[in-house]
Design a protein around this ligand. Structure first.
Ligand code: AMP
Length: 543
């Protein structure tokens, strides 16, 4: 047999029982918190029609999904669950008389991403959707749900950042950007800000370290890949300029000057020249912003057949200024007002944002940062957006993301229903638990291990085990016909607290001999009493 057929595809994992236990622990905590607030679980299929996911995110999303064809057309493994839930609502599968609907899900998602630590091609999302309330207290409740889950898991050190897409959208509309063009700008804006965020994070880590290896291997290759991508974009544009095919005026050529240091990043890292790398990172961040600005200004953004929007450079600059506003609410909100004014749609969006932040305090959520650079890739967000990071997780630090999407259900042909939701990455929560040393000790496979010492007593031993199980005791009966001594050591290995030894005398007298595996004390008792004794022992009493 070819060995390669046994190799798991990249970005996929198996979960042995010890791993599964961690996932179940997290999932149970999530269920408990969400049900405490009245949310109910739903399940949707693992794959759906490709167009369902492409509807709002555009054809570009194809390269990030697993797409395959069937007799009914193209399908895609679900990359997220919000669109399937919006489909459920739009097609009348949920009882709208119970508005707002409070729904949650836990299940696998699939993305054709480049795998690295914390980023997989198959991963689990746990999310909520609150559908049917337009009010700021709904936004606040959803954010509170997320922080409560983290509190219940005992995870500390998370960073909650909140932004608002309505403010960004209102600003763009005020500047005359057509609505569909706004939708087409959001995705690339998210890519731009997350790249800048990553470059900034690497820069911080490098500038704080004087020696050693401040970046993990995945982080270093991500840094190199990102810098190389910017080099490639610049080079492409320069080649076009040389061939006279670029739409960007030649005057900007100087900004696209090649920097040979990008080829030597690994070397620079290995020799500890961190200052030099920081300098490269600063340049790359600057170049990425300038490149995006020039491309949007001179090539424009396509937003329909034959329709292109060219963003004036000063609008781009103001957008960058807007997105750079970040800080506590009482600093960020006045800064927003100063930059944008308070009139029209922008003013309304700002007031709504303020109300959502106020409602958060009613739920006891504090210590968050307003961060207008959060734009969230999927285009369907229309209002509050938020992200939660654990900085100690490195490049894949985001554990939760969500926000308000008031138009999605309607766009799927359903009623006009405002909605707000989020998704946790369960895998990353498990990683965060591991890194914080908060993984609870694994539960042993069984509490009671029943040992029939000969073939003749199997019948009695198995019947007795069934009774133990019926009274709620987690019981294994040996299926291996081993010697008593071996069986006792297996019982120990499995982590059982008690062994029950059954020989011909026990079978004849209808008794069980219960052995405490720690103290090695043994008692022989009739079945009912034995069960009581075992329960008391497991509850912490003495045997
Ligand atoms: P998103 O739908 O992109 O907002 O993702 C929600 C959450 O899912 C993120 O905050 C991550 O924690 C998690 N997530 C997204 N993509 C992946 C992936 N490829 N591997 C592991 N977790 C992921």
């Amino acid at each position: 047999m070819e060995k390669s057929i046994l190799r798991l595809p990249r970005g996929l994992r198996d979960f042995p029982p010890e791993e599964m236990a961690k996932f179940s622990y997290v999932e149970n905590k999530i269920r408990r918190v969400l049900e405490l607030y009245g949310y109910q679980e739903v399940r949707t299929p693992i794959f759906e029609r490709f167009d369902l996911f492409a509807l709002r995110s555009g054809e570009e999303i194809r390269s990030r999904m697993f797409v395959f064809s069937t007799d009914e057309g193209e399908m895609a493994l679900r990359p997220e669950v919000t669109a399937p839930i919006a489909r459920m609502v739009a097609t009348g599968k949920l009882d709208l008389s119970k508005k707002p609907l409070k729904i949650y899900y836990i299940g696998p998602c699939y993305r054709y991403d480049e795998p690295q630590a914390g980023r997989y091609r198959e991963f689990w999302q746990a999310g909520v959707e609150l559908i049917g309330s337009p009010y700021p207290e709904a936004d606040a409740e959803v954010i509170r749900l997320a922080t409560r889950v983290l509190e219940e898991l005992g995870l500390e050190g998370y960073v909650l950042r909140i932004g608002d897409m309505a403010v960004i959208r209102a600003f763009l509309t005020q500047e005359g950007v057509p609505e569909e063009a706004v939708n087409r700008i959001i995705g690339p804006l998210d890519v731009l800000t997350s790249s800048l965020d990553k470059l900034r994070m690497y820069r911080e880590k490098l500038s704080e370290a004087n020696s050693g290896r401040p970046l993990g291997p995945d982080e270093l290759s991500d840094l190199i890949r990102r810098c190389d991508e910017i080099r490639r974009l610049k080079e492409e544009e320069l080649l076009k300029m040389d061939a006279g095919e670029s739409l960007i005026p030649k005057a900007y050529e100087g900004l696209l000057e090649p920097d040979p240091r990008v080829y030597r990043l690994k070397e620079l890292y290995e020799e500890g020249s961190f200052d030099e790398i920081c300098d490269v990172l600063d340049k790359k961040a600057e170049e990425l912003v300038v490149l995006t600005k020039l491309r949007w200004a001179y090539y424009g953004v396509e937003y329909g057949p034959g329709q292109t929007y060219k963003m004036p450079e000063e609008v781009f600059d103001k957008l960058m200024e807007l997105m750079s506003i970040s800080g506590p609410g009482d600093e960020a909100l006045p800064a927003l007002e100063k930059l944008l004014g308070r009139s029209g749609q922008v003013g309304q969006a700002l007031s709504r944002f303020e109300e959502a932040l106020k409602a958060l305090s009613w739920f006891g959520v504090e210590g968050f940062t307003v961060d207008m650079s959060i734009v969230r890739g999927l285009e369907y967000y229309t209002g509050t957006v938020f992200e939660i990071d654990f900085p100690f997780l490195g490049a894949q630090k985001q554990v939760c993301g969500g926000g308000r999407y008031d138009k999605l259900v309607e766009e799927f042909g359903g009623p006009s229903l405002p909605a707000v939701g989020f998704a946790f990455g369960v895998d990353r929560l498990v990683l965060a638990l591991e890194r914080s040393g908060k993984v609870p000790p694994a539960r042993p496979r069984c509490d009671v291990y029943v040992i029939p010492i000969s073939e003749e007593v199997l019948d009695y031993a198995i019947r007795a085990s069934e009774q133990l199980r019926s009274s709620g005791l987690r019981t294994e009966v040996s299926l291996s016909r081993r010697k008593l001594r071996e069986e006792l050591s297996i019982a120990d290995k499995l982590g059982a607290r008690l062994a029950i030894i059954i020989g011909p005398r026990e079978a004849e007298e209808g008794k069980l001999t219960v052995r405490d595996l720690e103290t090695r004390e043994q008692v022989s008792l009739p079945l009912k009493e034995a069960i009581r004794h075992v329960k008391a022992a497991l509850a912490g009493g003495k045997t």
